[in-house]
Design a protein around this ligand. Sequence first.
Ligand SMILES: Cc1cc2nc3c(=O)[nH]c(=O)nc-3n(C[C@H](O)[C@H](O)[C@H](O)COP(=O)(O)OP(=O)(O)OC[C@H]3O[C@@H](n4cnc5c(N)ncnc54)[C@H](O)[C@@H]3O)c2cc1C
Length: 394
Amino acid sequence: MTRRRTQVAIIGGGPAGLLLGQLLHRAGIDALLLERRSAEYVLGRIRAGVLEQGTVDVLERAGVAARLREEGLVHDGVEIGFQGRRHRIALKSLVGKSVTVYGQTDMTRDLMEARAASGADSLYEAEDVQLHDIGGTQPRVSFRHRGASHEIDCDFIAGCDGFHGVCRPSIPANQLSVFERVYPFGWLGLLADVPPPWSELVYANSERGFALASMRSPTRVRCYVQCGLDERVEDWSDVRFWDEFRRRIGEEIADQVTLAPSIEKSIAPLRSFVVEPLRFGRLFLAGDAAHIVPPTGAKGLNLAVSDVCYLHEALRDYYRERSERPLDEYSARCLRRVWKAERFSWWMTRQLHLFPGDAFDRRMQQTELEYLFESKAAQASMAENYVGLPLEAR
Ligand SMILES: Cc1cc2nc3c(=O)[nH]c(=O)nc-3n(C[C@H](O)[C@H](O)[C@H](O)COP(=O)(O)OP(=O)(O)OC[C@H]3O[C@@H](n4cnc5c(N)ncnc54)[C@H](O)[C@@H]3O)c2cc1C
């Protein structure tokens, strides 16, 4: 068995783990990153695509925004389709901020390239990662890599290993409070190489269920339809997907949709989930390891970014000032932002999907949307949350 030491062991090489590694590197803090999958696999996952201004700012500070500045698509509004009409929420003119469409895959690639260029250590295909002594001051991480056993001594462990990772379950269950809502439907997503005929994201609430017209670049669309939890991707041919999408998204867009072949299709369940606190001893949870939002509000990736921004500040201040206080404040600081994003994502999901409720619920949804379309104050509230609430300054 080989043994080595690092200041921070980062578990998980998704956006949270990679960005934390980059921010720590720039602060002069040594971190070793362990990822269960191969780099190619991580890059192949099609996920989020809408970045808040605060996220763009953090990526700028991390020195990984050059390509994002060139290729990111700045959107000043989003649209909501309902009862045959589209209503625009003018983000920029309502609250002075925009969002940037830039795929999670592209952001991950930028971070991987920056990490490789910095010479910082990442081990992909790390198997059987286990955490030890996280309640004490000298935690360890053991794992296997290319058939050999390894152990890392470290000061801290950053649990950036997503919802199904090993870090959160390493915390004694009686030390965590869990808050969860599972929704009775999922999203079927399709990626296709065709220029989007829409210039901004279009969220549609139709009698047949939710649909979202989105994009990843000027030549690539990402579209979704609400589907049942028991549905299988194999049962959705491209033709069936586009047919359903067109019926839901509204006539005007439906007429312009090209029935392009998919390059990826997948179903994701929708869930709201938070654990409290985000710390146990020397282990800190960040991103999807600590919380999940339904994707309707486009908040999952953005929350992962704000968590690791706060975590890197706390670790930086710990090493500079030898003060535990920033670390003690980490969880509460994150959770203030997390719960507001949970609320907004829950609200967006509630207003835009077809729920198995009664006629009263449907009328409430209709009334809420009509109020939104009529009231500048309601639009400003939605816009303020959609572009992202500000990160707390230290
Ligand atoms: C199918 C899907 C679609 C989504 N769509 C959207 C969207 O449209 N908009 C949006 O805002 N958000 C979306 N999200 C959410 C968004 O992608 C996540 O919030 C974001 O990826 C969180 O980043 P993360 O680094 O915390 O977690 P992840 O991206 O999940 O990264 C965690 C990493 O840890 C690794 N790992 C897991 N276990 C171990 C282990 N034991 N040892 C070592 N490594 C491990 C994983 O392989 C993974 O690479 C989507 C998520 C999913 C699953």
